[in-house]
Design a protein around this ligand. Structure first.
Ligand SMILES: Nc1nc2c(ncn2[C@@H]2O[C@H](COP(=O)(O)OP(=O)(O)OP(=O)(O)O)[C@@H](O)[C@H]2O)c(=O)[nH]1
Ligand SMILES: [Mg+2]
Length: 262
């Protein structure tokens, strides 16, 4: 068989089930570390429950994903996961889910592994969300998941540090209310309210417009110019305020820069 015949015959088996996300449907990718429980605890001994070095590797991985050819409006990371919201009108990769899943998992794995100096692999899935409200709810979900995980992890490791076994610590917090867990930490001198916001709400990434002074070589003069800058937000709001933030990102694609006082 000639090459062109082989090509026509076999290419179809690769592409017959290709799926493209229809227009006007929002795409959100979730990229999650594979077997990171083992990686963080057995292979690399990161600090528990939260490790600054691990957090910074995740931050650099999100930044890379927001700058590798996709049109990302908003990035979010908590624990070993990253969520990305794409411009609803994006035509990158003809909106093929196969491309999004494989390229994003590949880029995240490559970047994180370089930072770690060891293999750290990620998987990827795409949510196809029909309404703006679904996108807001998605990010509320991950924001509140970060909060629950953080409270559980702080309780769990407080107990483990007091020599409770893994089984005993899990049992002690299983099915308990938020108030109970807060109280449990408080009795040990830890106020959950005082823990850094990035541990409780995750970290957000969005484009902001900032005015910068530049030099125009043609006019030989200083000029003010508007530049897009990526903001890494370690102090995300919660609840309705967070919904409003996501809503305005969906509408405008960017936010005005928050002042340091905010
Ligand atoms: N020590 C430490 N562990 C972390 C940190 N951030 C995330 N992890 C761990 O990363 C793991 C993420 O959990 P999952 O994604 O549910 O589990 P997984 O082992 O990655 O399994 P799969 O995602 O199904 O492959 C948890 O065990 C977290 O404790 C950190 O800052 N320090
Ligand atoms: Mg994982």
């Amino acid at each position: 068989m000639k090459f062109t015949e082989l090509d026509t015959k076999l290419r179809i088996y690769e592409t017959a089930h290709d799926f493209c996300v229809p227009p006007n449907i929002y795409m959100v990718a979730r990229i999650d570390g594979r077997s990171f429980t083992r990686l963080t605890k057995e292979k690399h001994n990161f600090e528990r429950p939260f490790d600054i070095r691990f957090r910074d590797f995740m931050i650099e991985t999100v930044k890379h994903l927001m700058d590798c050819g996709f049109q990302v409006i908003y990035g979010f990371t908590e624990s070993d996961e990253i969520s990305l919201l794409f411009d609803v009108n994006t035509t990158v990769f003809s909106r093929k889910t196969r491309k999004y899943n494989s390229v994003l998992a590949g880029e995240a794995s490559a970047k994180f592994s370089l930072l770690l100096g060891d293999i750290g692999a990620f998987d990827c899935r795409i949510s196809q969300l029909p309404r703006k409200q679904d996108v807001i709810d998605y990010f509320r979900w991950r924001n509140e998941d970060a909060h629950r995980n953080s409270l559980n992890a702080h309780c769990y490791w407080m107990l483990r540090n007091k020599n409770y076994s893994a089984k005993e610590a899990t049992k002690k917090i299983e099915g308990k209310s938020v108030a109970f867990k807060n109280e449990m930490l408080f009795k040990e001198g830890m106020n959950f309210n005082d823990f850094p916001k990035w541990q409780k709400r995750g970290i957000g990434f969005y484009w902001t417009e900032v005015e910068k002074e530049g030099f125009n070589p043609k006019t030989n003069q200083k000029e003010m110019a508007i530049r897009n800058e990526l903001k890494v937000d370690m102090e995300l709001p919660m609840g309705n305020e967070y919904s409003q933030m996501i809503s305005s990102l969906i509408e405008n694609g960017k936010l005005t820069a928050k002042s340091d006082k905010d």
